[in-house]
Design a protein around this ligand. Structure first.
Ligand code: PLP
Length: 400
């Protein structure tokens, strides 16, 4: 056996990376696969942002920066928080990392140790529980049912809190369900947290711009300013500006926490990539039409996917309010038999059946802490959505 650290025992490989590998292998073997596993916008970074990155390179901005990020980017983030969220943060309350993921990881590394609990509402983004466990903490999973819109209630939060609770991690708009908490729901959760001053709140708002219809994202930081001294806002440019590969995210929070995160960045990545930081300034300060266009595109795709999926007998597709995922109930397929005689025992069997019989790749809900569901991304073209849903309908009709 190779001498790996025991802390790796609690870490699973990312299911979306696993799904991508499977899709790549099948495609390499000559099969046509429709990919509904995609966790990022399927279009390129807007050209004015790319040009800012290119000109950063050619003008020689190729060296290390301050670990917390270049002043221009921290200023641009402060302005964004003021403009879009009605929040006032100074540069010393902001830190830039290699993606929102790097900020979440560093914040947990800085604050969570043996004996600490972190409340993670399920369905959750897969990385939260593993990152908590990696740092010696215990993820306390609280199930949030579809009947409650997949949202954490104030009562459930109250019951989950113990003296060991260090953080609540809230993600709205949510990956994988698309759920968005209303200001009233956020206020109810904030009221519980106000009664438990030892619990900190991490709010992951990376999908904030993707909300559809009349539903709007509001930051819990704006709903309850009294939480500010124990609240970390996590956000970034990956999803809103189609910049996933540039790796720029940020955290906004109280100075001691921001200092601790920055300290860890100095000893891990040193700083976020310099040219990407410069490009992110342009993303945040430049014209915002690209964000509105992306949102309109995703809304049209959501509508089409929900309409088509919901017509298929045996599956049910609640309409997501945000992000770019449908979280589809496949409970009605469990127990069915395929033409080759295999019984679908769980959502993992269902995604393998979708892949084998329909050529459609999706991710099992179990990976997100929600067995009986499947996550299907609509960050792909209407043509792919139509082809995929039609292939699924046909494959499902063959089940006995
Ligand atoms: N938070 C959530 C809920 C996500 O779904 C993702 C990416 O899939 C991230 C954070 C990570 O974003 P970034 O690319 O900024 O690291």
């Amino acid at each position: 056996t190779y001498p790996l650290a025991s802390r790796l025992d609690s870490v699973k490989p990312s299911p979306s990376m696993g799904a991508k590998l499977r899709v790549d292998q099948l495609r390499a073997a000559g099969r046509t696969i429709i990919d509904f596993t995609i966790g990022e916008p399927d279009f390129p970074t807007p050209s004015h942002i790319v040009e800012a990155g290119v000109s950063a390179l050619t003008s020689g901005q190729t060296r290390y920066t301050a670990s917390a990020g270049i002043p221009a980017l921290r200023r641009a983030i402060a302005e964004k928080l003021e403009r879009e969220n009605g929040l006032t943060y100074g540069p010393e309350q902001l830190v830039v990392g290699c993606g929102a993921k790097n900020i979440i990881y560093s914040a947990l590394a800085a604050t969570v140790g043996d004996g600490d609990d972190v409340i993670v509402p399920a369905p959750y983004w897969v990385s939260y529980p593993d990152m908590v466990a990696l740092h010696g903490g215990t993820p306390v999973i609280v199930q949030c049912d579809e009947s409650a819109g997949f949202k954490l209630s104030a009562d459930a939060l109250d019951q989950a809190i113990t003296p060991r609770t260090r953080w609540l991690i809230l993600n709205s708009p949510n990956n994988p369900t698309g759920a968005i908490y209303s200001p009233e729901e956020l206020k109810a959760l904030a009221d519980v947290l106000l009664r438990h001053p030892h619990v900190w709140l991490m709010t992951d708002e990376i999908y904030e711009h993707f909300s559809y219809g009349d539903v709007r994202h509001v930051s819990i930081a704006a709903v309850e300013p009294k939480l500010k001294d124990r609240l970390l806002i996590v956000n970034g440019v990956s999803k809103a500006y189609a910049m996933t590969g540039w790796r720029i995210g940020y955290g906004a929070g109280p100075v001691p926490l921001i200092k601790a995160i920055t300290l860890l960045l100095t000893q891990s990545v040193s700083c976020a990539t310099t040219v990407s930081q410069v490009a992110a300034v342009t993303a945040l300060q430049g014209p915002q039409d690209c964000v509105a266009e992306a949102k309109a595109l995703f809304q049209a795709r959501r509508d089409r996917m929900v309409e088509l999926l919901d017509k298929i007998p045996g599956i049910r597709c609640p309409r997501p309010d945000g992000a770019f995922y449908a979280f589809v109930s496949v409970a009605g397929l469990i127990g069915a038999r395929t033409t080759s005689g295999k019984t679908l025992a769980d959502d993992l069997d269902v995604i393998m059946f979708f892949l084998d019989e329909a050529g459609v790749a999706a991710i099992d809900g179990s990976s997100y802490g929600a067995p009986g569901y499947v996550r299907m991304s609509f960050a792909t073209s209407i043509e792919q959505i139509e082809a995929g849903c039609s292939a699924l309908a046909q494959a499902i009709s063959s089940l006995v």
